[in-house]
Design a protein around this ligand. Structure first.
Ligand code: 13P
Length: 243
């Protein structure tokens, strides 16, 4: 059985309502993609993007959720609110949240449970720092993050894993083929459900996407900067369709 594939865009803290045009253009250019396509805009754009993409093949996701179902958590967003705004997925444990907000593996696991509770697919991010790679700790770090961030009950239906080396995010640097293959092979054996989609993330662009998608056990990408432009992200979607 071949695994499904997914091209996921993470807009991070970018995008005003005017940028909904990029999402519309993407959907119009890819009316029936042979791979999954997911856009994760900032929370303020979820509801209007859901409206703009109604009837399209592009799915929507949040970029984070709180672990609690509701309550006194000023500024936070519950998983149910993302689902209510039109999301089917939510990114959890992105390295920027781990770094900026001190999120631990246990925090991430709690958020994954909250996502599952309301039927969202959790896109769980893992990745080593450059210092950890240089120290030969990559697989140890990834293994510990996976074990700590993934609650019991993870399946290919409720979870996607994204391997995002911290040093490759937004830097224009990517690991070489063997480095990506090593981590993805490791993850393939480590995930509880072998059919779980494994995405690579970190400086994916139209020029390098095909090479990355040709690596065994890479089922797609989590794309930051290059997902902001419909044309760039569209080329990455096409590369995944051809892979
Ligand atoms: P870039 O594609 O901008 O490097 O970002 C990757 C990322 O962090 C996606 O979540």
């Amino acid at each position: 059985m071949s695994r499904r594939k997914l091209a996921a865009g993470n807009w991070k803290m970018n995008g005003l309502r005017a940028h909904l045009d990029e999402a519309r253009a993407l959907a119009a250019a890819h009316p029936a993609p042979s791979v999954g396509v997911l856009l994760c805009p900032p929370a303020t754009l979820l509801a209007p993007m859901a409206e703009a993409l109604k009837g399209s093949a592009v799915a929507l996701g949040g970029q984070d959720c709180h672990a609690a179902p509701k309550g006194a958590h000023t500024g936070d967003i519950a998983a149910a609110m993302l689902a209510d705004a039109g999301a089917s997925h939510v990114i959890v444990g992105h390295s920027e949240r781990r770094a900026d907000h001190g999120e631990t593996d246990a925090d991430v696991a709690a958020k994954v449970r909250a996502a599952w509770q309301v039927g969202l697919v959790a896109v769980v991010c893992l990745g080593e720092t450059e210092a950890q790679r240089d120290a030969g700790e990559t697989l140890g770090v990834i293994g510990a993050q996976l074990a700590g961030s993934l609650p019991d009950g993870a399946t290919a239906s409720n979870t996607v894993i994204a391997y995002e080396p911290v040093w490759a995010i937004g830097t224009g640097r990517t690991p070489d083929r063997d480095q990506i293959a090593e981590v993805h092979d490791f993850l393939r054996r480590a995930v509880p459900d072998a059919a779980t989609m494994l995405l690579y993330g970190g400086s994916v662009n139209p020029a390098n996407a095909s090479d990355i998608f040709a690596i065994a056990n890479v089922d797609g990408a989590l794309v930051g900067g290059a997902s902001l432009k419909a044309d760039d992200f569209g080329q990455i979607i096409q590369a995944l369709e051809r892979a």
